[in-house]
Design a protein around this ligand. Structure first.
Ligand SMILES: Nc1ncnc2c1ncn2[C@@H]1O[C@H](COP(=O)(O)OP(=O)(O)O)[C@@H](O)[C@H]1O
Ligand SMILES: [Mg+2]
Length: 399
């Protein structure tokens, strides 16, 4: 059990700064995921926590005490690698017992024949056996213990590698893309298994992945990394619903969020493709902004959409049917270059391919970002509610 704290971690390889001031506090028993595009420094950071790499500056604390001077095996931290790093000539049992025999037996007690001279060896081995069996039961690999890695499936090897980490009863587990070598089906299965395992053993997990679905589905909190820094730290729903930047918004969620060009009008209102939205910002008039709308926040109708406060004319270019839902690709009439992706439940096509449609959305669903890509707070403009009488007249006019 451990609380892990990273304070001002930086790392340079030669002149290249790979990590720039990473600060993170991981709670005891938390499942925290470092997610981000390839090359953003995830592996480097996790190797520094494990002690396999030395940080250029900054400090790591476990339960308040610095571990910077400790060597990897002294850190009470277990690392599970992407390639399982199992010894091929040893059985699953041998692989799992190895860290314990290395720690608890003297060198001569591990040497054939010579070891017979040790009176305490038997009782130590009995204790180790009990611990290996207990972990094997937790991972449901008891029947596989006599097999060698080559005789195990990818998922089984993964479990043995996890078991080898677990027998040391570490304070925290570090996992670097542990599922990336598995096929899609097994990956989904192992996600559930890892999340359940985390609940069962209640240890601190620091998990690395470039796969946002993995991050979203397993984590208590996510630290999205970008360019060697933490771009945002929060729960999965915080990152999804209130992304701090365009980079986070585009990385989290699939299909990716739609980003459309906009600007701030003379009265502070946000304008999308020249249309004034009922939301305003404090950015100076004329500022360029980007407006993000999630694919599931958009409604599609054939004709006008009376329920929508805002709607855009578009044509359907492509439709992907995924069973319970469909992904629709639209081109906007006002901006041919912009594709807008819509995600709809059901299999019924709202319009035919090449047909015209209205894309309606609630302005509250818009994420607004400034020219640097940072999230901008918006307020709903004064309600433009019209008295019922006037509304009737307007409807009459429109008809
Ligand atoms: N030993 C090294 N020497 C030089 N550059 C390295 C070394 N290890 C990693 N890097 C560089 O650091 C950056 C971050 O790498 P890494 O931590 O592996 O990213 P990630 O795991 O997020 O894909 C990359 O640009 C990579 O090329
Ligand atoms: Mg990596």
């Amino acid at each position: 059990m451990a609380q892990v704290e990273l304070q001002g971690i930086t790392k340079s390889f030669g002149a290249t700064r790979v990590l720039k001031d990473v600060n993170l506090s991981i709670e005891d028993g938390e499942f925290l995921t470092l997610v981000g595009p390839s090359g953003c420094g995830k592996t480097t950071l996790i190797r520094i926590i494990a002690g396999l790499e030395q940080q250029t500056s900054g400090s790591i604390r476990i339960d308040g005490a610095s571990i910077d001077h400790l060597r990897p095996h002294e850190r009470r931290i277990a690392m599970v690698f992407q390639s399982y790093a199992l010894y091929p000539h040893m059985t699953a049992y041998g692989n799992m017992a190895l860290p314990l025999t290395m720690a608890r037996l003297h060198l001569y007690e591990r040497i054939p024949l010579l070891r017979l001279l040790s009176p305490r060896r038997r009782s130590v081995m009995k204790q180790i056996d009990a611990e290996v069996q207990a972990v094997a039961n937790q991972l449901k690999i008891g029947p596989l213990l006599q097999r060698r890695p080559a005789q195990l499936s990818g998922g089984q090897r993964q479990r043995v590698a996890l078991g080898r980490a677990m027998v040391r009863d570490p304070a925290a587990f570090l996992m670097d893309e542990p599922l990336s070598n598995l096929d899609a089906e097994l990956r989904v299965h192992m996600r559930t298994e890892l999340a359940e395992l985390h609940q069962r053993i209640g240890a601190t997990f620091i998990y690395v992945t470039h796969d946002q679905v993995e991050a979203m589905s397993m984590s208590d909190r996510i630290a999205m990394m970008d360019g060697g820094q933490v771009a945002q730290l929060g729960t999965p729903s915080e990152l999804y619903e209130r992304p701090a930047s365009i980079r986070v918004a585009q990385f989290i969620g699939s299909p990716a969020i739609n980003i459309l060009p906009g600007q701030v009008g003379p009265d502070g209102a946000v304008e999308l493709l020249g249309r004034k939205l009922p939301i305003s910002t404090r950015l100076p008039p004329g500022s360029a902004v980007s407006i993000g709308i999630r694919p599931e926040a958009i409604r599609v109708t054939g004709g006008g959409d009376p329920a929508a406060e805002v709607s855009l004319h578009a044509h359907l270019r492509r439709r992907e049917l995924l069973g319970p839902e469909q992904i629709l690709h639209f081109h906007l009439d006002r901006l041919e270059s912009a594709t807008v992706i819509v995600r709809l439940a059901g299999a019924q096509a709202p319009v035919a391919v090449d047909g015209a449609a209205e894309l309606g959305f609630d302005p509250g669903a818009c994420h607004v970002f400034d020219a640097e890509g940072n999230r901008v707070e918006v307020s709903r403009a004064e309600s433009r509610a019209v008295p019922p009488q006037a509304a009737l007249v307007q409807v009459g006019r429109a008809g």
